[in-house]
Design a protein around this ligand. Structure first.
Ligand code: NDP
Length: 262
């Protein structure tokens, strides 16, 4: 397995495997990203909030399917800044200084009309979906800046681009991620770091499983490609943005939605 991505100063330490952090990879999109990036040849530190059994099962299964995969699970609630710093420290202790990328994927939704939305549901979503990525980027920056190379990919949502009834908290957080992405891109470009966002449409995971059948059917009708997205569809876009081929792309939002919003 030879990672295709790293270029620049980071290549001066070829003895160390470049590694990537993926948040929220015990299931869903994050798990598909971690799996894909391990296959791309990176060492992976992934986080999860509480599902230790799922996280450990993922490690076992992937190591079986991909002998030699370097994969470390780490429990860290991204809404807690200290936990984010600990996650990066754990990755550094395991894989060394050659951090290549951060995929900010962990996220939650607490849907409901704003008029009736609980304050707690507003705060939890903002803390996890917006502050979490901010804490993670801040914790990774010292290593990325020192390496003078690297990639940050933030998972936003089409709700963040266009808004969505019943998701004021979630859409606000996901729109915030776009501002975060562009600002970090501007702050770090001179050090060879790119920062981009992906805006998934409707992807089949636990998060969308909860929607009533009628709503799912209505959404399917709006998807130009006439199928729901799969976690691997997002993982493929993440893999591209981490690769050498994406070296000249920064501060951008890539919508991966099957044409849902056209
Ligand atoms: P899932 O609900 O399937 O998985 C969420 C993952 O995030 C789990 O690994 C979970 O850990 C982790 N997580 C949740 N909260 C925290 C936290 N506070 N700290 C650390 N980890 C946490 O979600 P999806 O895979 O569907 O979504 C992944 C990302 O993609 C999210 O940011 C979501 O907003 C975004 N997205 C998803 C879309 C979709 O259609 N599914 C569409 C657009 C965007 P644990 O298992 O331990 O709970």
């Amino acid at each position: 397995m030879t990672p295709t991505a790293p270029t620049g100063k980071i290549d001066q330490t070829p003895d160390l495997q470049p590694w990537v952090i993926v948040t929220g990879a015990s299931r869903g999109i994050g798990q598909a990203c971690a799996s894909r990036l391990a296959r791309d040849g990176y060492g992976i530190l992934f986080t999860y909030r509480s599902r230790s059994a799922e996280a450990q099962a993922f490690v076992t299964d992937l190591k079986q399917a991909l002998p030699g995969a370097a994969l470390l699970a780490f429990q860290a609630d991204v809404s807690q800044e200290a936990a984010c710093r600990s996650a990066v420290e754990a990755g550094k202790a395991c894989f060394g200084d050659r951090l290549w990328g951060l995929v900010n994927n962990a996220g939650i939704n607490r849907d409901g009309l704003l008029l009736r939305m609980k304050t707690e549901d507003m705060e939890d979503v903002i803390k996890t979906d917006l502050l979490g990525p901010m804490y993670m980027i801040k914790a990774c920056l010292p290593l990325l800046l020192r390496n003078r190379a690297g990639r940050v990919v933030n998972i936003s949502s089409v709700s963040g681009l266009y808004g969505n009834a019943g998701q004021a908290n979630y859409a606000a957080a996901k729109a915030g991620i776009l501002g975060l992405t562009r600002s970090v891109a501007k702050e770090t470009a001179s050090r060879g770091i790119t920062c981009n966002a992906i805006a998934p449409g409707f992807i089949q995971t636990d998060m969308t499983q909860a929607l009533p059948e009628k709503s799912r059917e209505a959404i399917l009708q709006q998807i130009a490609l006439k199928r729901f997205g799969q976690p691997d569809d997002i993982a493929a876009a993440v893999s591209f943005l981490l690769s050498a081929d994406a070296a000249y792309i920064t501060g951008q939002v890539l919508e991966v939605s099957g044409g849902l919003t056209m």
